[in-house]
Design a protein around this ligand. Structure first.
Ligand SMILES: CCCCCCCCCCCCCCCC(=O)SCCNC(=O)CCNC(=O)[C@H](O)C(C)(C)COP(=O)(O)OP(=O)(O)OC[C@H]1O[C@@H](n2cnc3c(N)ncnc32)[C@H](O)[C@@H]1OP(=O)(O)O
Length: 221
């Protein structure tokens, strides 16, 4: 048997090379927003009608890849309200989530973090989309593993919502396998109506519960 890929001698000319990277930005590439809240950011406020700690949050949209139940290949992530502006969630890695043999794909793990972080916004009755999300992958996550996610909102600045999350394996107190920091940007319902594909938007607008919930969240006390 030949040496493993990791131990195989590097072929001539295959060393990783790096090129100078320009930090310049243009109107098409606005500067990155820092994941650290500015000094005048304020503490997040839990909405008075947010579900009690321990309550399952349910899916915000049945066809959501993260939390929807209608997609057989989705993550089927189940989030629960926590104390303050925090949530916990669980996601079981399935064979359809593999990257390397028997291991979760990193993008799928990032999706689980994104979904968990996104569900924090519901506790503030805020509709928001991910603006920036940065993930650290600390341990490989095998298929069949339950990822125990824990997320909290740390600060709010204007429409920007800052939050972070960790995902543990081997139990809710197990080692951290993944962690992320994110900035979500608050939007109006029109963000979805104006940008979503027509057939899905029309179907969503025919669902009175979906529209009522989204519109109610636009009027914060
Ligand atoms: C009937 C229908 C029912 C609908 C029912 C709804 C269901 C509820 C679904 C929820 C769904 C969640 C699902 C999971 C979470 C996703 O995965 S969301 C999907 C992934 N994310 C996206 O698609 C977002 C794509 N980006 C955009 O649409 C736009 O760039 C944004 C984010 C809306 C911002 O655009 P904008 O409103 O023009 O923002 P702008 O005024 O330029 O900036 C506002 C502030 O945000 C900052 N900012 C802007 N963009 C960014 C960025 N990318 N990164 C960091 N900071 C940024 C700016 O610097 C600015 O900061 P300040 O100057 O105020 O300090």
């Amino acid at each position: 048997m030949g040496p493993s890929l990791a131990r195989r001698a590097r072929l001539p000319g295959t060393a990783v090379r790096s090129a100078a990277v320009s930090a310049a930005t243009s109107p098409e590439t606005p500067p990155e927003t820092s994941l650290v809240p500015p000094d005048d950011a304020v503490a997040p406020v839990r909405h008075p009608e947010a579900p009690a700690p321990g309550t399952p949050l349910g899916a915000h949209y049945d066809h959501c890849f993260g939390c929807g139940q209608a997609l057989p290949h989705g993550l089927h992530l189940q989030a629960h309200a926590g104390e303050g502006v925090s949530v916990t969630a669980e996601f079981t890695v399935k064979p359809q989530h593999q990257g390397a043999p028997g291991l979760a794909h990193g993008g799928v793990l990032t999706s689980a973090l994104d979904e968990t972080l996104g569900s924090l916004n519901w506790l503030m009755h805020s509709i928001a989309v991910t603006g920036r999300l940065e993930t650290d992958f600390l341990l490989p996550v095998p298929v069949d593993t339950v990822l125990h996610l824990d997320a909290r909102c740390t600060a709010v600045h204007g429409r920007k919502i800052y939050s972070d999350a960790v995902g543990r394996i081997g139990g809710p107190k197990g080692p951290i396998a993944v962690r992320a920091k994110a900035v979500f940007i608050e939007v109006k319902v029109e963000h979805f109506i104006d940008n979503g594909r027509k057939e899905e938007i029309e179907a969503a607008m025919e669902d009175p519960d979906q529209v009522r919930r989204a519109r109610a969240f636009e009027v914060n006390p």
